[in-house]
Design a protein around this ligand. Sequence first.
Ligand code: AKB
Length: 317
Amino acid sequence: MIAKTLIIGACGQIGTELTEKLRAEKGNENVIASDIREGSEKLMNSGPFEILDATNYNDLEDVILHYNIDEVYLMAAMLSGTAEKFPMKAWDLNMSTLFNALNLAKDSKIDKLFWPSSIAVFGPTTPKDQTPQKTVMEPSTVYGISKQTGERWCEYYHKRYGVDVRSIRYPGLISYKTAPGGGTTDYAIEIFHDAIEGNFYRSFLTENTALPMMYMEDAIRATIQIMNADPTKIKVRSSYNLSGISFTPKELAKAINKKIPQFEIDYEADFRQAIADSWPSSIDDTEAQKDWDWKHEYDLEAMVEAMIEGIKASKTS
Ligand code: AKB
């Protein structure tokens, strides 16, 4: 039997590509895409689509019961940059959607839940390089506080109620199919569009700000892999560190220069610099490798090539 899947936040940066991949794997009718707003025609027409505000418990329950949903991917969240502008709204959205999904799982309305955490759970007192799975965590952003709290609740619901919740601490995710929404790592996407369109980018992070990043294809693979893993292999029920590539804006610009020699960059830090400075530079994901055989594929060069080719191809199609 193919598990019926609900994706919440299906029109967002991760949700779009996750929906596409899961529909290809499981059949379009088995993957219900939902979002608070409409998405691309392609996404809405390729399978079932529902307008859904997942902060509303009853609306979420109705969709789950209507489609006989087995597993939920909860991808709706307010990211770090926007959350600093709307702290209470971010807290409310990020926590209420998680509690709704956890409580539906606790009441056996669904069997399995994926909830994304982030490198934002770490803070200025965390060791910056090769940040381990277990370490000091004192997040200084609203988004980070909501993700760290969420991790504690996921572990609690698993231990106390046996809820099968699985989670990954995503690094900055780099993709071209859907624009990102209000993150600190978004510079690493904007840079490609500006490099291709006008050969120039002004970075809102300083040149030597190293952050953990990952190409979207790797992130989607990790997400589906952890959800498909045997439950006995999932030893961490808060959230797993996940590592891809680590680079600075200057290093990224240099890699882009190899493909677009006329590209130029300058730097003008804004409020997001303080957020980036509080996060790790690189991540140790030994636990994910050990427990469910995780291994990333894209390095800096492969990611740059895929981004440039993907953006150029989407402009001509
Ligand atoms: C953000 O920048 O807020 C996100 C994240 C690292 O979780 N991309």
